[in-house]
Write a protein that binds this ligand. Sequence first.
Ligand code: ARG
Length: 564
Amino acid sequence: MKEKVCNKVAEIFEEISYEQIYEMMEIPTDEKMGDYAIPCFALAKLWHKNPVLIAKEMKEMLEPYSEELGIEKLENVGGYCNIFVNRAKYVEAIMEQMQQDFGVKKSGIGKTICMDYSSPNIAKNFHVGHLRTTIIGNSLYKLHEKQGYQVVRINHLGDWGTQFGKLIVAYKNWSSKEAVEENGIEELMRIYVKFNTEKDVHPELMEEARAWFVRMEQNDEEALAIWNWFKEISMVEYERVYKLLGVSFDSYIGESFYRDKVPALVAELEEKGLLKESQGAKIIDLSEYDMAPCLITKSDGGSIYHSRDIAAILYRKKTYDFEKCLYVTGSEQSLHFKQVFKAIELMGYEWHDSLVHVPYGLVSLEGAKLSTRTGNIVYAEDILKEATERAMKAIQEKNPNLPDKETVAKQVGVGAVIFHDLYNQRIKNVNFSWDEVLSFEGTTGPYVQYTYARAKSILRKCGGMQEMTSIDYGALTDDISFTLVKTLLGYEEAIANAVERYEPSVVARYLIALATAFNRFYHECPILQADETKKQARLLLVDMVQQVIKDACGLLDMECPEEM
Ligand code: ARG
């Protein structure tokens, strides 16, 4: 309808384009001011005319077309032309539009997006920060896929670097095959911490560690075998977390894959005159751009995080010909990505602006900052398990006869953690507080899931949705039902907005708005007791709401139990 009105306005007033008027049109916050409003102030400036007069003219010109545009009435308030839609017609149009995959525009068809997220560091625990990149990245993947994009999900494992030399030395001195096999990453972390304290007393340890890493870089069999084994041990633990979250990847090609691609990169940079020597290391000077230099090789010639990332970009571009490549990491890596993207730009690749860093804020637990160094480590797996246990306890208290309690507890517990992570703007720091995460009221995952289960329960009580031949949409024109219908229409916009800003929180917030509008409808508009016409129309609305909740939760990768 908005499109129709804009077309008409552009037709009547030749000086205004369709796009201009589309941009201008507002949805008034107060429904008494109409369903749409055209503010005429910008036009007044343009035409040197009183906005009140323009608004009046606008109203008079549109009035004859009311019927054809689906307008109920037009009103002038100040410089606004307010539009009240014909509700029954409008509801019918929205419900029809929702039938086609909720009106989602498939703007990504034929385009490939690479997404680099999760990417934990081998031999280190999968902590709450990695949980965030995994959850945000996974949701961005689902959102893009919804719009038709082909998404390549890349887990750029941190599986190369001098720390592995240290780990090998530590392993040889203070651990054993059995201990690592039994305690996994915890044992690797223990000996890594021990190495870091011991090296202060025994500096020769550092020499040994360096030597082991050199052996790794020279493809020494023993060194690589130990490294590979550490990697396997770590992967088993990461996979457990991924399984709990229901997350998977298309590629696990990590940093180690790019180490032998760096010499070609060095040659290219040299040829393009971009490399400088600095104390034996090779760097790209970025002082002109107010940035610290981008290190390419260390003084021993080895690759580093930056150069492996640059090599990865070139490889991905060649392999996937991406339209965009997104990186979801903590905001503390912003400078790193600025440097790396700048390097690509200086190399003359005009597609450099298709590289996007998507940063997120820090996570703290009940107010305490988390850090490996201070020993305040929280394993992601423990959080997911504890959430599940707490959900189980709540079920035992509130609904002990619920079938398949274990599955529901997992869906609610994990869903709660996911939703909590995605509800706030990603750049904001997150404080993880148990009471907040698992509450059944307020802006939480369980609240949304509960709303879904409620809608499903209504449908079950009516024996499911029947074939309906004719629906009286007039039965959905009261203020509360109409608001709910309009909220449904907002789903497409929420998705588009979330994709445009790489911001899943838009969808999480949309879900809360929808759940709130639905619960109000549920309390104020009886369904089962209503007369047959109203009942049918209201059921149709309930059915559409549950479909949208489930679909939107899917975009956050949150499951919806049928009963709670
Ligand atoms: N492994 C890094 C970390 O845990 C994240 C890697 C992000 N991706 C990348 N291409 N640099 O902090």
